[in-house]
Design a binder for this molecule. Structure first.
Ligand SMILES: [Zn+2]
Length: 213
């Protein structure tokens, strides 16, 4: 489809489809989405959500692989391949949109260092790098929930009301934003901080940054 000749509404939808594809490609290449892990969604007008399918690698999606569901998870528009189903983490995505009218994009990933900290039962400290407290604030770690279950929607419900980044215990991350780019940048920053913390722990000492306020 030629984006310049498309109907305006279709053009906007195609742009969002392409933005999800691009977000998946970048997150996959950055190592935040291993194998066919992770899922991405964005709001559409009319209480609808554009969301990634289950089972496909998010680094190699095509715009027509995405599906449109309503806020109850009912499939409104299937993918070009009718056998594709929405991600099994759809309940978690829908819960974010219910709790946060300001959020237009949701990104669930499996970043290695952020996840490893929870496996080692260590907090994501916010007193080590100034960018954490300035740009991310407090990053809570949820209770453990079985991946791909309704439990994930339950454990994020309270925390996502007041945070744009969560670490899902022994599972992965959940970052949200007004745009897909914001959700991706927050994921990148979260994983960078977790990596620095993990490396510092391995080197033997984590030094808090000197607070000068
Ligand atoms: Zn997951």
């Amino acid at each position: 489809m030629n984006i310049l000749r498309a109907h305006p509404a279709q053009s906007e939808l195609l742009t969002l489809r392409q933005a999800i594809v691009e977000t998946g490609r970048i997150a996959y290449e950055r190592g935040h989405l291993t194998a066919n892990d992770g899922n991405i969604s964005t709001r559409l007008p009319g209480e609808r959500i554009l969301i990634t399918p289950a089972g496909l690698c998010k680094g190699r999606l095509a715009p027509e692989d995405l599906l449109i569901v309503d806020m109850n998870g009912r499939l409104l528009i299937p993918a070009a391949d009718p056998s594709l189903r929405p991600t099994s983490e759809q309940p978690m995505h829908l819960e974010v949109y219910r709790q946060r009218p300001d959020v237009h994009a949701v990104l669930h990933a499996h970043p290695a260092f952020a996840t490893a900290l929870t496996v080692a039962n260590k907090p994501l400290r916010n007193d080590v790098l100034p960018e954490v407290i300035m740009l991310l604030g407090d990053i809570p770690i949820t209770d453990y929930a079985t991946p791909s279950s309704q439990e994930n929607a339950d454990v994020i419900r309270e925390l996502i009301r007041t945070h744009d980044a969560l670490v899902l215990r022994q599972h992965g991350s959940l970052t949200v934003g007004r745009t897909l780019d914001e959700a991706l940048i927050t994921l990148d920053r979260l994983e960078h901080v977790a990596k620095v913390l993990a490396l510092a722990e391995m080197m033997g000492q984590v030094t808090p940054w000197p607070l000068k306020i």
